[in-house]
Design a binder for this molecule. Structure first.
Ligand code: LLP
Length: 427
């Protein structure tokens, strides 16, 4: 196994996650199936704590909103980055303390602001206009909201364009030139209290240099804000650390990230004589490699290429379709003596673009074989849909030699949820 995937192993030709045989999992729980290693998840969080002992780590809930996963994150001392009122209620249910939650978002409604204010969590301001909106709602409710400013630092993260968020052309944040002015304006507004600065430059970033550059920019802004009398208690550098999806493309570790950014922040803050609390918002690097997605082969077809059609498509794992992303695939039962062939793995969705993987060498596949897609824990289930009338899969937590269902497989009733037929149209 490449990288440090020590929660996955092979025994007698079967793939194991921790001490559980994936063949048994697929047989007993059905497919498609998301399966998370609790040990790996906890270890990933602890790795961040070791690399950043003095920083708060807010789990980016968009990566994985499963309540049990959030509960484990809470137990391990993580806070949460939430991007909607829905995510906020999930993390409150999971027991994440309000003081460790940041409500992010570039398009928040009055209801979102009210939910954040009532919950007493900090709120990230994405525009000058949002300041005025939030202040008004806070005054109407007789509450005060602590805010951080989402800065657009104009840094290139060198990642897929759809997941680069800190470029000047991106929809997120307030330009670096405007932030100090906005901070001052916020100090004068009733109902809000500016307490910090925030940025997030993108996702699946495989070098540490862009993070260091963003930290430098944030230090410039910190100097400006402080010179104008602003008090900055928190600096949030967002998430974005990439992971090793491909055996040949390594990723930096949390401790590499720490080495790149901590000196920049320490130097900048020492010069100013202040020590704001550092916040990070990792999502992918916490949960991606803890989870595999099991899917069963329905059809093998020789056409222009060898197609293996499985029971999961972009309805289950959207990343390959959206970002051309690579997920390594392992056969769950590596039967002896099968010759190697090259396959394109496709899903059951009625679109030609429903391709999960291209040109993969795999042992000759037959109907009924199960494949494991690795590194599926981040933006996997959380981006799943019911497109083409496909109920969403189950989620399993593996711990040692046992497992528990942490989200039931949907059945056809889920497709009906919330729907009504107006009586006048009834037969
Ligand atoms: N903080 C903010 C404000 C974010 O927008 C994000 C991700 C994160 C933290 C967490 O970033 P991470 O550590 O997971 O890279 N669906 C895409 C990724 C979208 C990321 C959106 N924002 C994918 O599957 O690659």
């Amino acid at each position: 196994m490449f990288g440090s995937k020590d929660h996955l192993s092979s025994l007698d030709g079967h793939l194991y996650i921790e001490e559980v045989d994936c063949c048994r999992l697929a047989a007993e729980e059905g497919t498609p199936l998301y399966v998370t290693s609790e040990r790996r998840l906890r270890e990933n969080i602890r790795c961040y704590h070791r690399a950043f002992p003095d920083a708060d780590k807010y789990f980016a809930v968009k990566a994985n909103g499963n309540l049990t996963i959030l509960q484990i994150a809470a137990q391990e001392g993580m806070g949460a980055d939430v991007f909607s009122a829905g995510e906020l209620s999930l993390v409150r249910m999971a027991g994440i303390p309000r003081d460790m939650i940041l409500f992010n978002g570039n398009s928040k409604s009055e209801l979102d602001h009210a939910a954040a204010l009532r919950a007493g969590v900090r709120i990230s301001m994405d525009s000058n206009e949002e300041l005025e909106h939030l202040a008004r709602t806070a005054c109407e409710l007789g509450l005060e909201g602590e805010i951080l400013f989402r800065v657009n630092p104009d840094v290139s993260p060198k990642t897929h364009p759809k997941i680069a968020t800190g470029l000047r052309s991106s929809k997120f944040g307030i330009s670096a030139e405007e932030v100090a002015g906005a901070y001052q304006r916020a100090m004068d507004l009733e109902g809000i209290k500016p307490v910090g600065l925030h940025c997030h430059i993108g996702s699946q970033i495989l070098q540490t240099a862009p993070f260091a550059e963003a930290a430098e920019r944030m230090m410039d802004i910190l100097r400006e804000v402080t010179a104008k009398g602003g008090e900055v208690e928190r600096i949030d550098l967002g998430g974005g650390l990439g992971i090793q999806y491909h055996p040949d493309v390594p990723a930096p570790s949390p401790s590499d990230l720490a080495q790149a950014i901590l000196p920049v922040i320490e130097d900048g803050c020492r010069d100013l004589g202040i020590s704001p609390r550092l916040i990070l918002e990792p999502g992918r690097s916490i949960v991606a490699d803890s989870t595999i997605m099991l899917t069963r082969v329905n059809v093998v077809k020789r056409a222009a290429v060898n197609f293996a059609a499985v029971d999961a498509g972009f309805n289950v794992l959207a990343r390959p379709m959206l970002y051309d992303s690579y997920h390594h695939i392992l056969p769950v039962d590596h039967a002896e003596g099968r010759e190697e062939m090259i396959y394109t793995i496709v899903g059951p969705i009625c679109e030609s673009g429903d391709i999960l993987a291209r040109d993969r060498p795999l042992p000759r596949l037959v109907r009924g074989d199960v494949l494991a897609f690795l590194d599926a824990g981040a933006y996997g289930f959380s981006m799943a849909s019911q497109y083409n009338g496909q109920p969403r899969p189950a989620e399993i937590l593996v711990s040692g030699d046992g497992w528990e269902v942490i989200r039931r497989r949907e059945d056809a009733s889920a497709l009906l949820a919330g729907q009504t037929i107006p009586p006048r149209l009834m037969w």
